[in-house]
Ligand binder design. Sequence first.
Ligand SMILES: NC(=O)C1=CN([C@@H]2O[C@H](COP(=O)(O)OP(=O)(O)OC[C@H]3O[C@@H](n4cnc5c(N)ncnc54)[C@H](O)[C@@H]3O)[C@@H](O)[C@H]2O)C=CC1
Ligand SMILES: O=C(O)CCC(=O)C(=O)O
Length: 445
Amino acid sequence: MNALSVIDDLKRRFPNEPEYIQAVEEVLTSIEDVYNENPEFERYNLIERLCIPDRIFAFRVSWVDDKGKVHNNMGYRVQHNNAIGPYKGGIRFHSSVNLSILKFLAFEQTFKNSLTTLAMGGAKGGSDFSPRGKSDMEVMRFCQAFIQELWRQIGPDTDVPAGDIGVGGREVGYMFGEYKKMAREFTGTFTGKGYEFGGSLIRPEATGYGNVYFLLEMLKTRGLSIEGKRVAISGSGNVATYTAEKLLSLGAKVVSMSDSDGSIYVPDGLSQEQLDYIFKLKNIYRGRIREFAEEYECQYFEGERPWQHVACDIAMPSATQNEIDGDDARALIANGCIAVSEGANMPSTPDAIREFQKARILYAPGKAANAGGVSVSGLEMAQNSQKLSWSAEEVDRKLQDIMTEIHKQCVKYGTEEDGYINYVRGANVAGFMKVARAMMAQGVL
Ligand SMILES: NC(=O)C1=CN([C@@H]2O[C@H](COP(=O)(O)OP(=O)(O)OC[C@H]3O[C@@H](n4cnc5c(N)ncnc54)[C@H](O)[C@@H]3O)[C@@H](O)[C@H]2O)C=CC1
Ligand SMILES: O=C(O)CCC(=O)C(=O)O
């Protein structure tokens, strides 16, 4: 395989899919030498089969708003690869959703799920529908219309969706309800369900907690502890808030959070009461982070991400893709940042990653650091199959073990000659090898 020529070919075939090409490029350039040590991979044209999703469903979703007006959105499910288990991955509802974004997310998901040690393939779905500003009834009607199209393509052993941006417990509940009705079965076809109907304890917390557990492992490699460290988080959704909760419980200072309108800066760190306010603001009142700045009279940067404005030891981007560019990375490093652990998927641009690695700071890509969410989804699937519920302590312990194991795999495959751990290479090689071996064993499909 020549990574650059594979990428050139993909660019020619998919010229309007920059995020997808970006994700593929990162993986291919870091696995190229390992791939080429296995000539049988090339004979089976493994790389092309891995870069192109197994299948993509695209459909119209028509729904009626509270005033009786009919709206039409696009819906998609990208089933990327099921070599090691049923397709698995979240659903994103956001006005920016398109095929390039869902293909990149599904591609990343395949390697992330491979790292988790559990049997899950990779998928992602979504719609350009935005729940923001919609009533509960409008969101419910949209979710029902979405599943009326998608339900035939998913199932507990076929493809198991979950949440992502714009899809939390409320949306999963509505989609699960419609699925149950259409399929006439009560199975674990979604994860992130409410606890009363098969959801796992700790699933809402898992991505954020898991990211902190991964960060602790990274800090350990340098003999550092989390206590007293200033952490800048972007986003104020599911991943960001539970990251902040775990950090506070460990004595770290959360100095920033954000939403798509702007960022807050609290140099002494959020108190538990302030974090509770953000939880309520986002999950109950569905308000904006600006309202926090008004309530607590802190600094607010309208239309800005935190990275250029805050002094921090650690950055945990937890909003969206490409939210840290090269300039942001340089500003973070100049302001004393020693570690970046990604809660979001692909939040750092290639330029930013180069800066982090050049500065030899700890840098963990999302597919390793945020794998705790899908890991507990895998544990939810296991509980549903057994028709059992595990305690929060048991799930949390398993989550910690999985994050430690992912870190070990990164160290094994990513340690360079000078001792620097290249977590990008480690995660990509470890994730790829398991999928590749499974694909080889199953023949050309
Ligand atoms: N929910 C989960 O279990 C997992 C989520 N992720 C990733 O974590 C990130 C956040 O997801 P969630 O917290 O679940 O979503 P969410 O919808 O609960 O929160 C998203 C947050 O990001 C902000 N945001 C969204 N788009 C933005 C944009 N274009 N610019 C600036 N801010 C923006 C929103 O204002 C919100 O605060 C995403 O990249 C997602 O793919 C990764 C692994 C698992
Ligand atoms: O829990 C899941 O199935 C998927 C979570 C997710 O969307 C992700 O890992 O990016």
